[in-house]
Structure formats: structure tokens, C-alpha cells
Design a protein around this ligand. Structure first.
Ligand SMILES: [Zn+2]
Length: 76
């Protein structure tokens, strides 16, 4: 599940096939393979990368404590 690397919010708005938006931080989160890229949306609508603010570990996509359990739950 995609989370916000800034506030750890998991209730992200989906704005594209691999793009999410954190309404709490007003940042855009883009899936890049196994990592997230984080962008701040400027007032003019352009995006500026915030990747520098987060470590690679923080930007790694977290699959909860036990991903197998989640897969079973979502298959119900
Ligand atoms: Zn956030």
C-alpha cells in the first residue's frame, strides 16, 4: 500500500495509474518501481521534486508487516 513518506498517511487520493496525492501535505507521490518519488505542487501547477528531503529508505514502498496476510484479506 502506498503511504505518504512525509506524514505516513495511507489514505492517499489516486490521481493517476501510479500517482497519488496526500491531501494533508499537499504533495504528489509517484510510484517509481519499488520507490516513491515525492513532488510538491507549486502554485502554478508545476511539480518540484522533494526526493532530496527523504532517504531512500523513507521512499521505499512499504508493504505492511506481513504482505501475505494483506493479499489474503484483499482476496476475500
Ligand atoms: Zn502526507
Amino acid at each position: 500500500m502506498v503511504h505518504c513518506p512525509n506524514c505516513s498517511l495511507k489514505d492517499l487520493g489516486k490521481i493517476g495509474s501510479s500517482q497519488y496525492y496526500c491531501w494533508r501535505c499537499c504533495i504528489e507521490i509517484v510510484l517509481q518501481g519499488e520507490h516513491l518519488s515525492v513532488f510538491e505542487v507549486e502554485e502554478d501547477g508545476s511539480l518540484s521534486s522533494l526526493d532530496d528531503l527523504f532517504s531512500a529508505e523513507e521512499r521505499r514502498i512499504v508493504t505492511e508487516e506481513n504482505p501475505q496476510l494483506i493479499q489474503k484479506a484483499s482476496g476475500r
